[in-house]
Design a protein around this ligand. Structure first.
Ligand SMILES: Cc1ncc(C[n+]2csc(CCOP(=O)(O)OP(=O)(O)O)c2C)c(N)n1
Ligand SMILES: [Mg+2]
Length: 641
């Protein structure tokens, strides 16, 4: 709307305020909001950072002023001092995911290593479609003192810095070489952060001199601004085409992904299943989108899925993907769906994902599209025979999993026993977090999620070390929930140090640390690919063989966790674990429960395949055998054209 002011006030006479780029960016961010379904929230939940010469005078000074000497009415933005930049972005991802992508954290790092430490989690955020705002510092825009400490000098182009490494892993990337560039770039960054179809890592590189440089900013740049998070509705013709394909199906199957959870469409998904009887399988990000007890819920699909879902997937004639990226784990490397004429209908807010597998595309928000689809399918029910089969495979898988999580009586408990106990102990509003190792597969197969928020698996990037820092983010976003990070010893050793941050913040999380002395997951993978578990267990170097097959690695993770300020309980066996969990839950302090588990399993039975290549030529007989099996399995791979 044009105001009289806008008509009558020449641009040069409009009010301005003199601030540095750091101060201006912080003030701008503090005034951004999101709105979805009529609820408005501040977009910026907080800033995390580690200071160095790149940001101490820019964003560091701005944050100091914001905390120590705020202007009247200025919002003080929470600031968290992280211990490692990779970890702090994991925390930001954990936060944004728990906040259904409606609020974000900004992460400021110094130039050079501080910044490049954020490249890995930038990729994680982009792949997982989770918004984070990254503010790596950059070398002088003026280049006056070049080369500054930590500067990459590219002899071909002085324009290149280490921050160019963020380009391929960011959904939006800019370098602010002049203050006024921020006026267009900051809102563009907000648009990407708040767009469910585009979101991921958003990177604004801030040269260290520019961060501290003053400029006369239009006051209007800092106005209260609301970014409306859209729920795009399906185009009627696209919906009609989708409904027609589904109506023709004899054996349809829904694959529910993270998009269902982030859009808050769990109820709408259940309503579709209840009305039509279509079985619903889920992905790692989509688990809990349909509650485990729903008669149409058949569990995870794909490489680490349930036998129930995989049996139905193998014969499905129409696969309805809702909010899924169809990773290789979901499609079992394109072998899960074996019907010769299988067709796909994809509902996704991102056209990029909707188009996968030559699908009938419905580009829309899940919560907007599912009720419309249920209505368009009015009167459609799956054939009686399929409904009976769904009940049968559900019951069969329930039997398998119940037996698996029951006490096995081994010298060491299997991790599946720990997960069974944890599944009983966790409340509906509590959150379990995991990312890598042998745990995600077991959890996807076994975990009975009762709510969409309970199960938080980072399995797009499957990044070891995500678990503990992400738990901090989840706890900040859901302070009333118990947040439990399950982490393997390998994952723990990658990034334990955020325990110190969590303790310093007086936050309480529970860490379940599964000690199996190495990589159970990659050990099993190595064995199945003929590489005989080489280099996958933590042992000392053996002087006589020259290899890592000496005595047990003397690392003491109990002492390590304690040294970072956490309480630690050592549990031996499942009864002990239950007692430890009760103590940890009753405590107000961050507690690590350390438990030795059997690296050899048992693990849930496999009903699927994952494409990991095997050496085509080898002296090892184990590798040659594995290659034979690989060639055989690969025959089932399909392009889904
Ligand atoms: C950052 C990172 N590096 C390497 C990998 C490859 N990788 C996947 S699982 C795994 C071992 C994990 O060990 P641990 O956390 O002890 O879990 P376990 O396999 O014993 O269950 C490795 C090395 C990864 N996913 N992430
Ligand atoms: Mg391990």
């Amino acid at each position: 709307m044009t105001t009289p002011d806008a008509v009558t006030t020449p641009e040069a006479e409009r009010p301005t305020v003199r601030l540095t780029v750091g101060q201006a960016l912080l003030r701008f961010l503090a005034n951004q909001h999101t709105e979805r379904d009529g609820v408005e929230r501040p977009l910026l939940a907080g800033v995390m950072g580690i200071f160095g010469h790149g940001n101490v005078a820019g964003l560091g000074q701005a944050l100091a002023e914001n905390h120590l000497d705020p202007e009247p009415g200025e919002r003080t933005v929470p600031y968290y001092l992280a211990r490692n930049e990779q970890a702090m972005v994991h925390t930001a991802v954990g936060y944004a995911r728990t906040a259904d992508r409606l609020q974000v954290m900004a992460c400021t790092a110094s130039i050079g290593p501080g910044s490049t430490n954020m490249v890995t989690p930038a990729a994680l955020a982009t792949i997982d479609r989770i918004p984070v705002l990254l503010l790596p510092s950059d070398t002088f825009a003026t280049r006056a003192p070049d080369p500054v400490l930590q500067q990459l000098e590219d002899p071909r182009s002085p324009d290149v810095s280490v921050n160019d490494a963020f380009r391929p892993v960011s959904r939006y990337w800019d370098r602010i070489n002049r203050p006024e560039q921020l006026i267009a770039s900051a809102p563009a960054a907000m648009r990407v952060l708040t767009d469910p179809a585009e979101t991921g890592a958003v990177t604004l590189c801030l040269p260290q001199d520019v961060q501290a440089e003053a400029y006369d900013w239009p006051v209007a740049f800092f106005r209260h601004r609301v970014w409306h998070v859209a729920r795009p509705v399906p185009e009627p013709a696209a919906l009609a085409r989708a409904a027609e394909v589904i109506r023709s199906a004899r054996r349809p199957l829904v694959v529910a992904g993270g998009g269902v959870v982030y859009s808050g469409a769990a109820e709408e998904l259940r309503a579709l299943a209840t009305a039509t009887g279509i079985p619903v399988a889920d992905t790692q990000a989509g688990k809990g989108a349909i509650d485990h007890d729903h008669p149409c819920s058949v569990g995870g699909v794909g490489a680490t899925g349930s036998a129930a879902a995989n049996a139905l997937a193998a014969e499905a004639d129409v696969v309805i993907g809702v909010g899924t990226r169809y990773t290789d784990f979901t499609t079992a490397s394109r072998t899960a769906f074996r019907h010769p004429d299988v067709r796909f209908v994809n509902i996704n807010v991102a056209a990029f994902d909707a188009a996968k597998h030559s699908a009938e595309m419905v580009v829309a928000d899940a919560r907007a599209a599912l009720p419309a689809l249920t209505e368009a399918l009015g009167g459609y029910r799956v054939p009686e025979a399929l409904a009976a089969e769904v009940a049968e495979v559900r019951a069969g898988w329930d039997d398998v999993t119940r037996a698996l999580v029951a006490p096995q009586g081994g010298a060491l408990p299997a991790q599946v026993e720990v997960f069974g106990a944890l599944n009983d102990l966790l409340g509906d509003d509590d959150i379990v977090i995991n990312a890598a190792g042998s745990m995600p597969g077991d959890l996807q197969a076994l975990w009975r999620a009762r709510t969409p928020s309970q199960y938080h698996l980072e399995y797009g990037y499957s990044c070891m070390g995500y678990e503990i820092p992400a738990a901090m983010g989840a706890k900040l976003a859901a302070p009333d929930s118990e947040v439990v990070a399950i982490v393997g010893d390998g994952g723990y050793l990658m990034l334990p140090q955020e325990l110190a941050t969590i303790v310093a913040e007086n936050l309480k999380i529970i860490v379940v640390l599964l000690q199996n002395h190495g990589f159970a997951s990659i050990g099993a993978l190595s064995e199945s690919r003929g590489s005989q578990r080489f280099g996958t267990s933590y042992r000392t170097r053996n002087a006589s063989t020259g290899m890592l097959d000496g005595g047990p690695d003397p690392v003491d993770l109990v002492a390590n966790a304690r040294s970072l300020g956490a309480d630690v309980i050592e549990a031996a066996g499942i009864d002990d674990f239950r007692a430890a969990y009760a103590r940890a839950a009753a405590s107000e302090r961050t507690t690590v429960i350390h438990i030795e588990t059997d690296p050899q399993g048992p693990n849930p039975p496999e009903s699927s395949w994952w494409d990991v290549p095997v050496a085509q030529t080898a002296r090892l007989a184990s590798t040659r055998d594995a290659h034979q099996r690989y060639v055989e399995a690969k025959r089932a791979q399909r392009p889904y054209l």
